[in-house]
Structure formats: structure tokens, C-alpha cells
Design a protein around this ligand. Structure first.
Ligand code: ADP
Ligand code: MG
Length: 233
């Protein structure tokens, strides 16, 4: 599903440069649920952004679903992103002036679906995250956990092959985090491949594989026995 070889990334800071990723090798198969761990500043988001085609590596190879991701035009990257990937962020990144249904339906617009089809699909996914009754509510009227569930529904709406989550529980309390993780585990049980960046050990333990980044390299990569999350909703 995903293959990365000798990936390097530096950021220019004034006259100097900061070498963040120093030769990452990583391969992820369909159906995996992987945690990417590391202390703050270790390059987790940088790696996830490259995997998500939001940013590009300086060198190395990245193959996603048999497609080599390199020198893509902005347009082509957007097409692949929309086709292959779903994103979940710590801060939800919902559009404030759109209601839950419109937020979920939005990425489907870029897939060229008709309005009716978009709304039907969006309703299906809102139902899946248990928020159909909240479809006309604005993000400001939802709790953090509900917002993240809307964001998950939005990420799922285009049926992506790979779900990328950057600190998805970072802004949530423990109970709500558990709910979100239980939901992600359920999606993974159904076959969805999921990559989660986190700095929390208990969240990582709810995945099936833990990768630890330090100083720009992978210092550990191991399969673990998944701790099942306790849902509360
Ligand atoms: P993490 O997600 O593990 O906390 P990041 O990938 O966000 O780490 O950042 C890794 C390092 O790269 C940090 O030192 C950060 O300050 C730096 N960095 C991240 N993005 C940029 C950028 N756009 N320009 C310059 N430096 C950056
Ligand atoms: Mg980060």
C-alpha cells in the first residue's frame, strides 16, 4: 500500500537548514493500524505531511498504491490526495460556517458528484459516526468529540484507501479520546488502513504497530498486541 525508501527532508531556516528526516525506510501493508511516535519536534508531522502529499521530500522514494509520488503538479497531487487519502487533524479543521452535513459533503464536491449524491453519501457517513441527528448543527454547536467524529466522517466520505491522523485525540479528554480510538479501531477491523501520529503511549498501544522516530530516523518499529479502546457512546 505504501513504500518509503531513504526519505530525507530539510527545512531552510535563514541561511542554515534543519535536517528533519534523515533516511526514513517504511513500508505499510493494507489493513495495518500504525502509530508514529516521537517527542515533539521529532518530525512526525513532517513525515505524515509527505505521506499525505501536502509536502514533498528532498530525496528518497515514496510509492503509494503502486504510484510513485514525485514531482507531481499541484493538480495531480490534489487528485491523488482526494482519491487515496483521508485526513484527520488534532484541531478538526472543520469549516466554521458550514454545518456538519456540509462539512462532510464538501470533499465529494471535488469528486464531481451531484448535489443529491453528495448529501446522500454525507448522511450515510454522519450516520456511521452516530451524528445524523446533528447534521444541521454548526461546528460551534458541537463538542470536541462530536467535531472529531464529523471530521472522521468527512475523511471517510471519499472512501480513501489510507486514513492519516495527526494527533487525532490531542485536543480531547481521555474518555472522548477512547471513543474516537474505538471508532478508528472499528474502521480498521473493517479493513481500513490507518496511520496515526501521536505522542501518547496509551493511544499508540491501541494500534497494532508502533514506529518510534528520534533525531530523524526510525529507532524502533514493532508489532504490538492491540489494546482495545473502551467506547462510551
Ligand atoms: P513533530 O510533529 O514530531 O512535533 P514536526 O514534523 O512538526 O515535528 O517538526 C520537526 C522539526 O521541523 C521541528 O524542529 C520544527 O520546528 C521544524 N519544522 C517543521 N515545519 C517547518 C517549516 N515549515 N519550516 C521550518 N521548520 C519546520
Ligand atoms: Mg506534529
Amino acid at each position: 500500500m505504501l513504500e518509503i525508501n531513504q526519505l530525507h527532508k530539510s527545512y531552510a531556516i535563514g541561511d542554515s537548514s534543519l535536517h528533519v528526516l534523515k533516511g526514513i525506510d517504511l513500508s505499510v501493508a493494507k489493513g495495518e493500524m500504525v502509530a508514529i511516535m516521537g517527542s515533539s519536534g521529532s518530525g512526525k508531522s513532517t513525515l505524515l505531511n509527505i505521506i499525505g502529499m501536502l509536502d514533498e521530500a528532498d530525496s528518497g522514494e515514496y510509492i503509494l498504491d503502486s504510484v510513485t509520488i514525485k514531482n507531481l503538479t499541484e493538480k495531480k497531487a490534489a487528485i491523488y490526495r482526494n482519491k487515496f487519502l483521508g485526513f484527520i487533524f488534532q484541531s478538526f479543521n472543520l469549516i466554521n460556517y458550514k454545518n456538519a452535513l456540509e462539512n462532510v459533503a464538501l470533499p465529494l464536491y471535488y469528486q464531481g458528484l451531484k448535489r443529491k449524491e453528495r448529501q446522500e453519501k454525507a448522511r450515510f457517513h454522519l450516520q456511521k459516526v452516530g451524528l445524523l441527528d446533528w447534521q444541521t448543527h454548526l461546528p460551534s454547536e458541537l463538542s470536541g468529540g462530536q467535531k472529531q467524529r464529523v471530521a472522521i466522517a468527512r475523511a471517510l466520505a471519499s472512501n480513501p484507501k489510507l486514513l492519516l491522523a495527526d494527533e487525532p485525540t490531542g485536543a480531547l479528554d481521555t474518555t472522548t479520546s477512547s471513543d474516537i480510538m474505538a471508532f478508528l479501531q472499528q474502521l480498521n477491523d473493517e479493513g481500513k488502513t490507518i496511520l496515526i501520529v501521536t505522542h501518547e503511549e496509551d493511544i499508540a498501544a491501541m494500534c497494532k504497530r508502533i514506529i518510534r522516530l528520534r533525531d530523524g530516523i526510525i529507532m524502533e518499529d514493532k508489532i504490538v498486541t492491540q489494546v482495545r479502546a473502551e467506547p462510551h457512546v
